[in-house]
Design a protein around this ligand. Structure first.
Ligand code: ZN
Ligand code: FE
Ligand code: FE
Ligand code: ZN
Length: 266
C-alpha cells in the first residue's frame, strides 16, 4: 500500500503549496493514503520569525482546509488529518492542549529542539562544529525516547534526524540503537521511515538501516513518508523507503485513523 504520511503546506512558513496542490501530486503519483501533517504552532517565543510552524490563529483554518481537501478527494487518495508536533519537555501541557483541540487522525512527534538549539536549522549549522557530536547524539536520543514516552504522539518522525548534516559520532552505534529501539517499543509508538534524509547532506533515509533493523527486531511498527515541503516532493523516494522497510525485515506498514493504528501489508 503506497502511503505518504508526512506532508506540509505553505502555512508553516518554510514550505510551498496549498493542500489542493499536494493532493493533485499525490493523485498523480498513485498514492492510496496521504496525511497532511503541518507543523503545530509553537509556544510563545519559540518561533520569532514565523518560519518553523503555523501561527496559533491558523490551526483552525488548517484543519478546515485539510477537511475540505479530504472531502473533495473522495476515495483515492484517502486524506488523513494530521499534525507534526515538536517535543519541548517544559511545554508538554501546551502541546497536549493544542493536540486535543482538534480530532486529528495522526500526530507525529518530532525532536527539532535540543534545549534552545534548533539543531536541524541550516542557519545554525555552525553550532555543530562547536559541539561534541557524541554528546549531541546522546542528548538527541534521550529526548526522542522521552518524547515517545510522553503519551502525546502516535509516530516519531524522522527518528535519527540528528544525522541530517552528516555529523555522526565515530565507532559502533549498535548498543545505542538497541537501547533506543527497546525504549520506543516500551513506549508503544510507531516510527516513521522517511525519504527526506535522501535530500539532505546525510544522503540517507531516516532512520539508517542499522537503526531500522533494531526497530524491527524490537517490534516497533513503521509508517512511510516523504516529509514533502513542496507539492513535487509528495511520494518522492517512497520506493527507496519501502525497499529499506523490507530489507529491515518488515512485512507490514501502519497508518492511523482517529489515532487508532491500522496495519496493512507492505
Ligand atoms: Zn518543516
Ligand atoms: Fe520535522
Ligand atoms: Fe515535517
Ligand atoms: Zn519533518
Amino acid at each position: 500500500m503506497m502511503m505518504d504520511l508526512h506532508i506540509h503546506t505553505e502555512r508553516c512558513g518554510h514550505a510551498a503549496g496549498r493542500p489542493s496542490e499536494y493532493l493533485a501530486e499525490a493523485r498523480r503519483a498513485g498514492l492510496e493514503i496521504v496525511a497532511f501533517t503541518d507543523h503545530l504552532p509553537l509556544p510563545d517565543g519559540y518561533d520569532p520569525d514565523e518560519e518553523y510552524a503555523m501561527r496559533p490563529a491558523e490551526l483552525g483554518e488548517y484543519v478546515a482546509e485539510v477537511r475540505e481537501v479530504a472531502h473533495s478527494s473522495g476515495a483515492a487518495p484517502r486524506v488523513l488529518l494530521g499534525i507534526e508536533a515538536d517535543w519541548i519537555p517544559q511545554h508538554r501541557a501546551y502541546t497536549a492542549g493544542r493536540i486535543a483541540s482538534h480530532a486529528f487522525d495522526i500526530v507525529l512527534g518530532s525532536v527539532h529542539f535540543l534545549d534552545d538549539w534548533v539543531f536541524d536549522d541550516p542557519r545554525l549549522i555552525d553550532e555543530w562544529s562547536r559541539r561534541d557530536v557524541r554528546d549531541a547524539w546522546t542528548h538527541y536520543f534521550e529526548t526522542l525516547t522521552q518524547a515517545a514516552s510522553s503519551g502525546l504522539f502516535d509516530v516519531m518522525a524522522h527518528p535519527d534526524l540528528v544525522k541530517k548534516f552528516g555529523y555522526v559520532p565515530p565507532g559502533d552505534l549498535s548498543a545505542l540503537y538497541e537501547e533506543v529501539a527497546a525504549a520506543i517499543a516500551d513506549a508503544g509508538v510507531a516510527i516513521e521511515v522517511s525519504s527526506a534524509g535522501l535530500r539532505k547532506p546525510c544522503r540517507e533515509i531516516y532512520p539508517s538501516d542499522d537503526l531500522l533493523s533494531a526497530f524491527c527486531r524490537a517490534g516497533v511498527p513503521v509508517t512511510t513518508a516523504s516529509d514533502a515541503h513542496s507539492p513535487r516532493e509528495v511520494g518522492r523516494g517512497l520506493t527507496e523507503v519501502r525497499d529499506a522497510v523490507a530489507r529491515a525485515g518488515y512485512t507490514k506498514i501502519a497508518y492511523f485513523e482517529a489515532r487508532e493504528m491500522r496495519e496493512v501489508a507492505l
